[in-house]
Design a protein around this ligand. Structure first.
Ligand code: H2B
Length: 102
């Protein structure tokens, strides 16, 4: 079976001057240094975990994995491209897909 096309694609860090444009596409995410982060609050733990599972499926499909902090019904996601040491298009693409889940 052929791997998804984004596998093994070298991702380059987005230059500082271009970051504002990318951030404008995901206004609910906050830049925190070399990461972008967003906190989500659900009605209960069950709904929070349902969301986390959906994020996990997206992450596997993209071969790109957010840091996930689960605290009862609040989930905080942090995205960064470890291999690039900062933010790449992969982070913003996944953030947009995650935004569509809620
Ligand atoms: N997730 C994130 N956030 N950054 C990465 O650099 C990364 C990843 N690398 N998920 C992937 C997996 C890499 O380890 C595999 C081998 O493609």
């Amino acid at each position: 079976m052929r791997p998804p096309p984004n596998l093994n694609t070298a991702m380059e860090r987005i230059p500082e001057a271009e970051l504002a444009g990318y951030l404008a596409r995901v206004p609910q995410w906050t830049r925190e240094g070399i990461e972008i982060a967003r906190a989500f609050t659900f009605r209960n733990f069950r709904e929070a975990m349902g969301f986390v599972v959906q994020v996990a499926l997206l992450a596997e499909r993209a071969d790109h994995h957010p840091d996930i902090d689960i605290r009862y019904k609040q989930v905080t996601l942090r995205l960064s491209t470890h291999s690039a040491g900062g933010l790449t298009e992969k982070d913003f693409a996944l953030a947009q897909q995650i935004d569509q889940l809620v």
